[in-house]
Design a protein around this ligand. Structure first.
Ligand code: HEM
Length: 554
């Protein structure tokens, strides 16, 4: 199946030129890159004014539509057909799908796949205090990303921000926006995203993978049938934590030992609490904070996270361990100490659930699919025979290993949805020529006075779309292999588990290296598994423990 991108309806240049004029109706300056008036002909000026007028009218119509003033909208549009088309945006799902779906499980399905079936690839919904426009087709997602601007904004995390203000902490990557976010990001990027720099972490990751294998072996031997490793996700969670902390601090915390250090357990529990409570405190009204225990627990969880990351950072800063990420952050002198602490906390937080859950799903799917498992095993053995460990450069000769991770992330994108707020003054989306939507930069919201239009990018729905992926619910790593009879071209935005663009995941390369090394070495054993259902707790995680049987290969 080949994907043919649909043509765009409006000439982009024209739209942006006039959009600037809408923003600054009097005196567009040279810095706006709009030609000075004396250099344009009367015809061009007239055309430009007409375009400005047209765009201003459209912006007004859109904002009217989004503020639900239907009478005025109809009067302004004057066309029933067009009104109906735009109205589809306001066909809304129930108000709090989150709470309802909690009882039935699988929030991400209700939220994106089911809604896409009901409302099409674009719909509007309320998510806690947010009024959100959901986009669930790769084409629409790509259009949002293309217009995200220089400093993309994901979503407001008012409760995270409030906590940091309360404690006088720096905001950090998740909360900061604009040039301030960019400054922190440009310091973190080089040693996290450059392939050559990330390869330097290979030896330390291999040590951690070695510990994971030992842990699996000891749990297997201890089990009743001498094959089953119970709750593998919990072990992989410790692996994720040990992996990222050994990169950041270049020291081992011992998470995969029999006796887990108390502080490590505390960090893991705090991360779990913070992520679980994050949704709850966001949804509950402010007055509940003094009545219900959630806000206090949320604050406590953050206190524990920051204190532990800070404590490790302070102890290790004194040791001046050569080459570790923390040393780099402290010595580069581009971040304040507060920013270093919050960055370390966020990297630790980002690096645990994500890699561990993806690995759990990958092992689970391989365990159910003997053919994929054998193909992977053959590939690994051909590149790294015997007990040889893969090096970073070997990975380019392991396309199937990479395809397994890609397919796992397609089926279980650990972050099932992403967000973007619009930054251009006039923002449009166009779905296959038929529907054209305009969005104002700001719109009204009953909770906050005024908000930018916020888009929810439904990764999960896009990567489960049968139009993009044949038998989308089946695990088929082959679809990602170039030249394989089962492979085919996908829309480049049909599966973007790490996000794309300048605000995409900062830990992508580290996560991939950890997952490739762990999966290749664990896969040298054979396994089988019971079934389990996905669940979401801000992140997409298994709802039941995954118990795998590990049988040593002959
Ligand atoms: C399977 C592994 C992972 C997945 C699927 C994943 C996914 C994502 C996604 C979807 C985003 C949002 C990107 C956007 O807005 O466009 C993100 C952001 C982020 N991730 Fe990851 N991630 C993974 C691993 C990691 C690791 C290992 C780390 C830490 C080393 C990390 C740290 C972060 C941070 C700090 C951000 C915020 C970046 C920013 O706002 O500038 N992630 N991740």
């Amino acid at each position: 199946m080949r994907h043919t991108p649909p043509p765009l309806f409006l000439p982009e240049r024209c739209l942006f030129l006039s959009a600037r004029c809408v923003e600054k109706p009097v005196g567009c300056t040279a810095s706006d890159r709009v030609s000075p008036v004396s250099h344009v002909s009367v015809k061009q000026r007239t055309l430009q004014s007409l375009m400005s007028l047209w765009n201003a009218t459209l912006a007004r119509i859109s904002s009217t539509l989004l503020s639900r003033d239907w009478t005025l909208a109809r009067r302004m549009l004057g066309s029933g057909a067009r009104c109906a088309r735009l109205r589809s945006l306001t066909r809304r799902p129930p108000r709090f799908p989150l709470f309802r779906s909690r009882f039935f499980g699988s929030l991400h399905r209700v939220h994106s796949v089911e809604h896409k079936k009901l409302y099409g690839p674009i719909w509007r919904s309320r998510f806690g205090p947010f009024d959100v426009v959901n986009v669930a087709s790769p084409e629409l997602i790509s259009q949002v990303i293309r217009q995200e601007g220089r400093y993309p904004v994901r979503t407001e995390l008012p409760h995270w921000k409030e906590y940091r203000d309360m404690r006088g902490q720096a905001y950090g990557l998740h909360v900061d926006t604009g040039p301030q976010w960019h400054r922190i990001r440009s310091v973190l990027n080089p040693k996290m995203l450059k392939l050559a720099e990330v390869s330097a972490y290979a030896p330390v990751i291999h040590q951690v993978v070695g510990d994971l294998l030992q842990r699996i072996e000891s749990l297997r031997l201890r089990s009743q049938d001498h094959t089953t490793v119970p709750d593998l996700t919990a072990e992989l969670y410790k692996f994720g934590f040990e992996g990222i902390s050994s990169i950041l601090f270049e020291t081992r915390l011992g998470c995969l030992q029999e006796e887990i250090p108390k502080d490590t357990l505390k960090f893991i529990a705090a991360a779990n609490n913070m992520l679980t409570l994050s949704e709850t405190v966001l949804f509950l009204p402010l007055w509940t904070r003094n009545v219900l225990p959630f806000w206090k627990r949320f604050v406590q969880a953050w206190d524990d996270l920051v204190a532990l990351a800070q404590m490790d950072a302070q102890v290790l800063a004194g040791k001046q361990v050569e080459g570790m990420y923390l040393t780099y952050l402290l010595s580069c002198d581009k971040l304040t100490l507060e920013e270093v602490y919050i960055s370390i906390t966020e990297l630790l937080l980002g690096g645990v659930d994500t890699t561990s859950n993806t690995l759990s799903w990958a092992l689970y799917q391989l365990a159910r699919d003997a053919a994929s498992q054998d193909r992977l095993y053959r590939e690994i053995m051909s590149v790294c025979p015997g007990r040889q460990q893969p090096r970073s450069e070997d990975l380019s000769r392991m396309p199937y290993l990479k395809a397994v991770i890609k397919e796992t992330l397609r089926m279980y994108p650990v972050v099932p949805g992403n967000e973007r707020k619009i930054s251009t003054s006039l923002f449009y989306l166009c779905q296959y020529l038929r529907n054209l939507y305009f969005f104002p930069q700001r719109m009204r919201c009953p909770f906050h006075e005024i908000l930018s239009t916020q888009f929810h990018l439904c990764h999960y729905a896009a990567s489960h779309d049968e139009g993009e992926f044949v038998d989308a619910e089946c695990f088929r790593p082959e679809r990602w292999l170039r030249g394989d009879p089962e492979s085919y071209q996908h829309h480049p935005y049909s599966s973007i588990p790490f996000g794309v663009g300048v605000r995409a995941c900062v830990g992508k390369r580290v996560a991939e290296l950890e997952m490739y090394f762990a999966l290749s070495r664990v896969s040298k054993r054979k396994d089988g598994a019971p079934t389990t259902e996905p669940k979401t707790r801000t992140l997409l995680i298994p709802s039941k423990p995954i118990n795998l049987r590990f049988l040593p290969r002959a």
